[in-house]
Every structure is written in C-alpha cells, then in structure tokens.
Ligand binder design. Structure first.
Ligand code: SAM
Ligand code: SF4
Length: 476
C-alpha cells in the first residue's frame, strides 16, 4: 500500500455526514509550519504518500514566501516526475438551465427573472454535439440545473443521445455528468447509460456559510448533498468528482474539506474521488454574495499546489472560468484536465460565432477563457504539454485510472502517454489546420524519440502510421 487512509472512528461511515467544522479548524489553528516541518511534508508527498489533514494544514499554514515557493516547486516536481506533461481536454455542455434552487452565486437561481430558461430538445442536443465533434472534442461533461424535469431518466436519455451522435469522423467517447445529487435508484438509472464521472461540488464544506448562500430549494440540505456521492457509490458509480466553489468561505478551510471528503471515500469505499474541481466564483447575472472570501490569484496558485501534494493521485480540473494567463500559470502545478473551446451559453456551440461576447442572461456565469479548442491545442503544444483525448481506461473498465497512473510502475509510459499521442494524431489528421499539424507531429516525433524500449517504440510508430492512413480509435 502506498497510502494509509486515516483510521475510521466508527465502523461504517457510509452515507454519514463526515464534516466537522471544529475538527477542521482545529487542524488549521494548531498545525505547525516551520521550515523543517513543511519540507518533511513535501518530501512525504513526493514519496507518493497521501497527506493527512494535519499535514495538509501544515502546508496551508506556511506563509513564508520561500516556503510557498518550495510547496509550488514540490507540486511541479510531482507533476513532472509522476504524470508527465499530458493534459486531458474536455468541453462542458449545458443541457438545461431551469432550476428550483436559489444559490446566491449562480445565474440560474430560481429567483433570477432575467435569465432566459432553455432546455435543449433532442434536435438542439444533436446540433450541439455535432458542432462539438466537428471541432475535435471527444469528452464532454453534461451540466443541468436542478429541476423535476431533469430527473434520472431525462439525464440518462441525454447521455444516450450524446453517445449516438456521429459527425464525420467525430464521436463522443466519454460523457461525464455535473448535476444534482440523486437517490440510489436514480444513480442506478444514470449508471446504466454508461457515464464516466459523476461530479457534485459541495460548494462550501462550512455548514453556516452553506446555509447563508443556499436560500431555497432542495439544495438547502447540506447533508443530502454531502452524502450524494456516497449514494452514487452504493449504486455502483465508483468514478466520482468532488469540488468546492472558492470564494464562499475561507479557502484554507475548503482545501481541508476537500481532503476530508477524499479521506472519507478512501476509508469507506477504498477508492478516492477520480477528480477534484476548484471553481472560483465569477461574475454572474444577479450575483448576490458577500465578497469577503474572494480568492486572489496568488492564493489560488497556492491552493492548487497544496491540493496536488495533499492528494497526489487524484485528477485536478481547471476550467475556463479562469483566464488563459491564469490557466497557463497554474497548469504546471499538477492540473490534469482542462476544458477547451468552451461555450456555456445555452445552445451556444451551434449558434455563437467565435470571439462573440457572452450573453450573461443565457449563462450560469462568465467564463474568462474563450479560446477555441484549436487555439488551446496550439498553446499546449507550444508549451510542450501533450494534449490528450484519451478515454481508454474508462472504455476498458480500468477504473481508478489516476490511482493506477500514480502507483503502477510504468503505467503512464505504457498506456497514458502513447494513448495521448494517438489521440493527438487523430486530432491532427481530422481537425487541425496545417500549422498545428506540423507542430503537433514535431511533438509526437520528440516523444517517440524519448521512448527507450525499441520494440514498443516500433509498435507505437506503426499505430501512428495507421492513424495517418485512416484507422481511428486505437488505444492500449
Ligand atoms: N445544478 C447542479 C448543482 O448545483 O449541482 C449543477 C451545478 S452547476 C450547473 C456547476 C457548478 O458551477 C456549481 O456546482 C458551482 O460550483 C459552479 N458555479 C455556480 N455559480 C458559479 C459562479 N458564479 N462562478 C463560478 N462557478 C459557479
Ligand atoms: Fe441551480 Fe445548480 Fe445554479 Fe444552484 S448552482 S441555482 S442548483 S444550477
């Protein structure tokens, strides 16, 4: 075992609320952060061990600029040494923005009369998916407001529709979900539609703050939401994503909340969450929140680096809420997935032209990275990241892929990187303009040259040739 889940206090914590504010503040108020202690904690993470709450609090409490730099360097080293330079790409697709909740931070809140309410019908959905496929997307996350119309059957049906749409060489190979928590039967229905990850963000792990910003609807129930992904696990969905909306409460507390949530899954289900998201609050129609906990860019960078070290084998998602400059800066500290070519306007992928201003009354919030998928590909390639559309683990039933990447020696070299290169080659053949194609193949050649195992290099080179000759969807 390379990690040691903290001991359970009671025998079975399934579906038991596990957040204790006093406990988390206790760690933050007492964790020492001397140079020696911070270095010891960083070394433990680089030794591939997940950090405890107390150790995470030590990193959070380090405020000396040199120590913060060491934490960032630690996160960078972990990313480079363990994960390499792959970045997985996806796009969000909003299916419906009707909502019965009143979340103070969200443009879709029920009380917002300015917002234009839309639910994509079958034809609208097909048009969105075709438009996304035509740019090269292979992985989507479907997003829904919370509304009786968006029940488990509706969500499952939309997933099946997305998988069924093919446009030219395009197809969506993995559909993730971000939607309200369901009951166990609901999660079973959704699981049967073959989703990838089910994401639910707790928004804030601080109960009092949660009550202050969730002003109406079912989402007011903190515990129902907190235990939502436990019910998903009970229904057999073992690929789940957690998140906190940074800016609602003290970021230090939220980081510990995310680590506590991770510990809970490890202790009870023997598997951590697949991904952690850390959206920062952005401008939204009728935004109405206390702004005293807004997170600065410097704090944001710190918290991403700390999360990387605290949960070294969990995927980290950084979205287009952040500007291109912030994303470029923060990616190096261990981000594994970003969205590209993002458009969160209802129906926007088939309608809106590139670089057109956002219509905030059709959107949940404002995004700050409006670059097209190809612009993002160019940027990644230029910075020597390997853009990946890989969906192999999910399709081969290799669940716990991040954990395997991290813990199985050679897994990344044998599976992840070659699959990333093959999906990149597909993109270059089917969607890239000439200039991107030239640069993309230069990167592929560079990465092929780095492979030491000659027989594997020959196999992979052969597969890339097959892709050039028209074969698609190859993976290890
Ligand atoms: N309605 C579902 C729910 O609440 O679980 C889906 C979630 S919503 C469509 C996706 C996420 O966007 C929310 O969980 C929240 O964290 C985030 N979000 C909401 N308003 C935001 C804002 N103003 N800025 C940034 N992120 C926001
Ligand atoms: Fe509705 Fe989700 Fe927005 Fe809350 S965050 S108002 S639940 S769409």
């Amino acid at each position: 075992m390379i990690f040691r889940p903290e001991k359970l206090k009671i025998k079975d914590q399934r579906m038991t609320p596990f957040i204790d504010s006093d406990e988390l503040w206790g760690y933050l108020n007492t964790a020492p952060a001397t140079k020696a202690q911070v270095r010891e904690v960083i070394a433990k993470s680089l030794d591939k061990q997940r950090l405890t709450l107390a150790e995470t609090a030590t990193l959070i409490n380090a405020t000396d600029p040199d120590l913060i730099e060491e934490i960032k360097q630690g996160a960078r080293t972990l990313k480079e040494k363990v994960y390499g330079q792959r970045i997985v790409l996806f796009a969000p697709l909003y299916i419906g923005n009707h909502c019965t909740n009143n979340c103070a931070y969200c443009g879709f809140k029920a009380s917002n009369k300015k917002i234009k309410r839309v639910t994509l019908d079958h034809d609208d959905l097909v048009a969105q998916v075709k438009a996304l496929e035509n740019t090269g997307q292979k992985r989507l996350i479907l997003v829904y407001g919370e509304h009786p119309g968006y029940d488990a059957d509706f969500i499952a049906e939309s997933v099946r529709t997305v998988y069924s749409v093919k446009s030219g060489p395009g197809e969506i190979r993995r559909v993730n979900i971000n939607a309200a928590p369901m009951d166990i039967d609901g999660f079973r229905i959704i699981k049967d539609s073959k989703i990838g990850t089910y994401q639910i963000f707790q928004e804030t792990y601080h109960r009092d703050t949660y009550a202050k910003v969730h002003l109406g609807g079912k989402k007011r129930d903190f515990d129902w939401r907190l235990t939502g992904l436990d019910r998903a696990q009970e229904a057999g969905i073992d690929d789940v994503g957690i998140g906190a909306l940074f800016g609602l409460y003290d970021w230090r507390f939220e980081v510990l909340g995310l680590v506590r949530h991770t510990n809970h899954f490890e202790a009870v289900y023997n598997v951590g969450p697949h991904t952690i998201s850390f959206p920062r609050i952005q401008y939204a129609s009728e935004l109405n929140i206390d702004q005293s906990h807004m997170v600065s860019d410097a704090e944001f960078t710190r918290l991403v680096a700390i999360l990387r070290l605290a949960v070294p084998y969990t995927g980290l998602i950084l979205t287009a809420r952040e500007s291109a400059a912030v994303r470029d800066e923060i990616m190096q500290f261990g981000v594994s997935q970003i969205d590209g070519g993002t458009n969160i306007e209802m129906g926007g992928y088939s309608k809106r032209k590139e670089n057109e201003d956002q219509d905030i009354d059709l959107e949940q919030f404002q995004i700050n990275d409006n670059r097209s998928l190809n612009e993002i590909m160019d940027d990644l390639i230029e910075h020597r990241y390997i853009p990946s559309f890989c969906t192999a683990c999910y399709r081969l039933g290799r669940t716990g892929e991040h954990f395997m990447e991290f813990s199985v020696p050679g897994f990344i070299k044998r599976f992840c990187q070659p699959n990333a290169l093959m999906t990149l080659a597909e993109y270059l053949e089917d969607y890239a303009p000439a200039e991107t194609k030239v640069k993309g193949y230069e990167l592929i050649r560079e990465k092929l040259d780095e492979i030491e195992d000659e027989s594997f290099k020959t196999t992979l080179t052969g597969k890339i040739e097959q892709i050039k000759n028209g074969t698609r969807d190859l993976y290890f």
